[in-house]
Each structure stands twice: as structure tokens, then as C-alpha cells.
Design a binder for this molecule. Structure first.
Ligand code: FPP
Length: 241
């Protein structure tokens, strides 16, 4: 690997699959929701570490389109946790210059939660220190399907010539249209899968699968993982330089 192949800088956009809350709780003989609450407390520490690491965009996977298959008690507990998290963290997020966005399909989320999400997006719309994107009822395939539906409507309405449609056109209809693609995707808890997260956007992302369970993931470990990215060789399909 030559010097020129290294990104050298830290990743501008890090995406995280926060996995392992359930096992963390189980190891302590506690219910799964106890692990989710511990996981939620970690989020602030990781967000706050971003500016010093040069991470401008942080995207976290909070609830997937597949997570509805969990027990009703866990799903409603998670939804209550999201409502409470937004209510409690709003002040700190606003004051710390965090711009919050939500991606995913809001259609299945309860009205109160959607209202809180809309409000937080609005209240933080002028912030620019860190762009925090929370994926809630998000699935990569679902996102591409929804984007395709919107694009098809524009074609049907005669606003887009189908012959001009390319990857760039479709990307404009994705939930993430204002965000750069992630440079680095981290998954905690030792599982090496991407679980339908940012499928389109992570085409050239680097991946780090680490064993730590999400509630144990500290800012120090985040910093180490982000630092190791700078030593990687990213070529975007090109030959080594
Ligand atoms: C995966 O652990 C985690 C989730 C499905 C939920 C992620 C949610 C949080 C970290 C809580 C808060 C987030 C915000 C933005 C407030 P798992 O339950 O799949 O763990 P397991 O694989 O050990 O069972």
C-alpha cells in the first residue's frame, strides 16, 4: 500500500449499527429493555465525541423495519424510550449545535412520536456542529422501494424523462438525499452483517465489526475505531496508486 492510498483523515460520516443491548441485559439477568435504556445513554457520549474526531455526520440505527417482529412489549418499550429520549435530550442537542434528522418510514410510528421527531428536526434545523441522523423504522430495501415509488410518480406525471434516470436520479429520492455517503460503518456486538442498513449509501464504505456490546461502547473505543479508518486503503474501485 502506498502512502497516497490512505485516506489519512478521519471519516466525515460514520454510521453505526448499535447491536448487543439484549445480550448485555441478559448477561446481567435483566430484561432486554434494561439493555436498550443503557444503550440509549451511550448515544450522547458518542455524539459528543464526534467534533474532536472530525466526524461531522453520525447516523445511528435505532429501529429497523424488521424490528416489529419482536415481542409487543419490547416494541412498545422501545417506542416509549424513543419518545422519552427525544423529550429529555432535546435541550442538550439544541445547545450543543447538533442537527437531528430522522430517516425511515414514519407511517407505522405513533402520532406523538412523529410529532416529537418533526419538532426536534425543526428546532435543530439551524445547527451545524454535528449532523445526527437517527434511522427509525428504517430498512435499506424499504427506502429504495419508497424512493422508486416517488420517482415513478414523477415519471408518470411527465416531470422526469425515464431515459435520463440513472443512479444519481434515484439517490435524490432516498431519505438520505442531503447526506454524504458514510465513509465508515461500525457494527457492535460481534455480528458481521449489515442487516438492511444504508444498503445503497454504503456501496463503498469501510466496515468495522467489533465485539463490544453497544452499552459498553465508549468514546475511547469509538476514537480508536475512527482512528484506524485513517490507515485504510480506499480505492472506490480504482487500481492501487
Ligand atoms: C440492538 O440490540 C438494538 C436495537 C434494536 C435498538 C437500538 C436502540 C438503542 C441503542 C436505544 C436508543 C436509541 C436512541 C436513538 C434513543 P439487540 O436488542 O438486537 O441486542 P441483541 O442482539 O443482543 O439481542
Amino acid at each position: 500500500m502506498s502512502e497516497n492510498d490512505c485516506p489519512k483523515t478521519n471519516p466525515a460520516h460514520v454510521a453505526i449499527i448499535m447491536d448487543g443491548n439484549g445480550r448485555w441485559a441478559q448477561k446481567r439477568g435483566r430484561p432486554r429493555l434494561y439493555g436498550h435504556h443503557a444503550g440509549a445513554r451511550r448515544v450522547r457520549e458518542i455524539v459528543e465525541a464526534c467534533p474532536d474526531l472530525g466526524v461531522k455526520y453520525l447516523t445511528i440505527f435505532a429501529f429497523s423495519t424488521e424490528n416489529w417482529k419482536r415481542t409487543q412489549a419490547e416494541v412498545s418499550g422501545l417506542m416509549a424510550l424513543f419518545r422519552r429520549y427525544i423529550t429529555r435530550e432535546a435541550r442538550a442537542l439544541i445547545d450543543n449545535g447538533i442537527r437531528v434528522r430522522f430517516i425511515g418510514d414514519r407511517i407505522r410510528l405513533d402520532e406523538t412520536l412523529v410529532r416529537l421527531m418533526d419538532e426536534l428536526e425543526l428546532l435543530t434545523a439551524d445547527n451545524d456542529a454535528v449532523h445526527l441522523t437517527v434511522a427509525l423504522n428504517y430498512g435499506g430495501r424499504d427506502e429504495v422501494a419508497r424512493a422508486t415509488k416517488r420517482l415513478a410518480r414523477e415519471v408518470a406525471a411527465g416531470k422526469i424523462d425515464p431515459e435520463t434516470v440513472d443512479a444519481e436520479t434515484l439517490a435524490r429520492f432516498l431519505d438520505t438525499y442531503v447526506l454524504p455517503d458514510p465513509d465508515l460503518v461500525i457494527r457492535t456486538s460481534g455480528e458481521a452483517r449489515i442487516s438492511n442498513f444504508l444498503l445503497w449509501q454504503s456501496a463503498y464504505s469501510e466496515y468495522e465489526f467489533i465485539d463490544t456490546l453497544w452499552p459498553d461502547f465508549t468514546a475511547a473505543e469509538f476514537s480508536r475505531v475512527v482512528g484506524s479508518y485513517a490507515r485504510r486503503d480506499r480505492r472506490f474501485g480504482a487500481v492501487p496508486g
